[in-house]
Design a protein around this ligand. Structure first.
Ligand code: UQ1
Length: 440
């Protein structure tokens, strides 16, 4: 018996189960498909392949016990949902026919088809899907972590399950003054959310009669309000109606919670700084890919994003490596709707690769962003690569609608938990073909 088989035997024996410290019992696993990450992309892909391949062919590497439906965090911040509505146990969503290792990837040797884990296990794979997402990089902003952890600081973010309810309590305690909303100078997930929460805050302040005593400011690193012109034009009207001050190319640099001050720089001239007083500060933190990818220079670009073909989702160097979701370098908007479409393309292309065929399907860059503009109102942006609108519904989706709001609040979470995570939802293209057949 060679060492690898011996280790694998030991790991599955009772000897190993009786030791909780994995450093004593490093196991050696082998699988046909390793899925790294059990979030939206990882769970969906694992569900598809667990169904298609033989039992025990798929291993999912995911350290967290909880799975969150992050698109609802904005509505938690606005007091419409609770954070518990967004959470399910990983156990309940990960496919039963796959093996879940509660551990995270530490290194990858893509030439040798081996991943090592934080707990010291070794996983040999034939094919791998990397779906590790994006994480918040709070340390990039001095003072931010301290401010977020202080319950009375007035500083919060809807980008984390531990802080999105703080946004709601900050909205309720705000009695006027300066409310500031930020957008960082990195790629982020859901690029619409930083302004959605500003719009909902404005509506809430109007409802509680503090709007007339307050200024609302949205500071964004971007030179435009939104990357797709059709929706940007509509959003500028919302900004005007709500009298929100927008400062472009303006990025949060530091938070000084003891003085309730936020320091911003200008992207054209970083030495140009402005200090603003706040009573409430909503921060969209800078984001980066997890350390595992940052360390894996062989498979990522200089910013740490997995380098895949933007149409096929296959890695540009290693044909048995695929990527999905927020951690890849594809230039689409990082949203759950994008993952719904990507998983269909990935499924077919990876199956092709497994049969020694070329990847045939192409991801068109589809992404969707339900831009909440008030309680009960939403602009449902849908677009593909190069900012080209690609709408599903048979009316102009740049118009604010109540239907889109209820889809965002109730329909999309339902589709997510009941179909998408089970690998049975690929976005609204099939609906679009039926109800909007003449659209391009
Ligand atoms: C969508 O399909 C989806 O997946 C469940 C979302 O969840 C996050 C969305 O936000 C959006 C906008 C879509 C697109 C669907 C339709 C029907 C327009």
């Amino acid at each position: 018996m060679n060492t690898a088989r011996l280790l694998s035997f030991v790991s599955s024996s009772n000897v190993c189960r009786n030791f909780s410290s994995s450093s004593i019992c490093n196991a050696n696993y082998s699988c046909k498909l390793l899925v790294v990450g059990g979030g939206s992309g990882g769970c969906t892909v694992a569900a598809k392949f667990a169904r298609r391949l033989n039992k025990d062919s798929v291993i999912i590497l995911e350290p967290s016990n909880d799975h969150y439906y992050q698109p609802l965090f904005t509505l938690v911040g606005a007091g419409v949902k609770r954070v518990s509505d967004t959470r399910r146990s990983a156990q309940s969503v990960l496919p039963k026919a796959a093996k879940w290792l509660r551990d995270s990837a530490e290194t990858i040797n893509a030439k040798a088809n081996v991943v090592t884990t934080k707990d010291g296990h070794v996983i040999n794979y034939e094919y791998i899907v990397i779906a590790v997402g994006l994480k918040s990089d709070y340390n990039k902003i001095p003072g931010l972590t301290e401010a977020l952890n202080d319950t009375s600081s007035g500083v919060s973010t809807i980008y984390a399950p531990e802080y999105c309810e703080k946004t709601w309590s900050d909205l309720q305690t705000f009695k006027g003054g300066e409310a500031i909303f930020t957008y960082p100078e990195t790629l982020i997930k859901c690029p619409g959310a930083p302004q959605k929460i500003a719009y909902l805050a404005e509506s809430y302040f109007t409802k509680t009669n503090v709007r007339s005593k307050s200024n609302i400011t949205y500071n964004t690193c971007l030179p435009v309000i939104f990357g797709v012109k059709k929706y940007a034009d509509a959003l500028l009207k919302v900004v005007e109606r709500k009298k929100i001050n927008v400062n472009y190319k303006t990025v949060l640099k530091e938070v000084k919670p003891d003085r309730r001050e936020a320091v911003f720089y200008n992207t054209d001239d970083k030495t140009k700084e402005t200090t603003m007083q706040y009573n409430m500060l909503h921060v969209t933190p800078p984001m980066k890919t997890p350390d595992f990818l940052q360390r894996s220079s062989d498979i990522v670009d200089p910013n740490g994003y997995l380098t895949v073909n933007k149409y096929t989702l296959q890695h540009d160097k290693y044909p048995n490596v695929y990527g999905i979701g927020d951690c890849t370098n594809t230039p689409n908007s990082k949203t759950a709707a994008a993952i719904a479409k990507q998983c269909y393309v990935l499924e077919h292309n990876l199956l092709g690769t497994m049969q020694k065929d070329e990847p045939k399907l192409k991801y068109d860059g589809y992404g969707a962003c339900p831009l909440l503009t008030a309680y009960g109102k939403c602009i449902l942006a849908e677009f593909i690569y190069d900012g080209i609108p690609h709408e599903t519904l048979p009316f102009d989706q740049a118009r604010e609608s109540a239907l889109a709001y209820y889809m965002k609040k109730d329909l999309f979470p339902f589709l997510y938990w009941n179909l998408m995570l089970k690998g049975r939802y690929h976005g609204p293209e099939f609906v679009r073909k039926i109800i909007n057949p003449l659209a391009k």
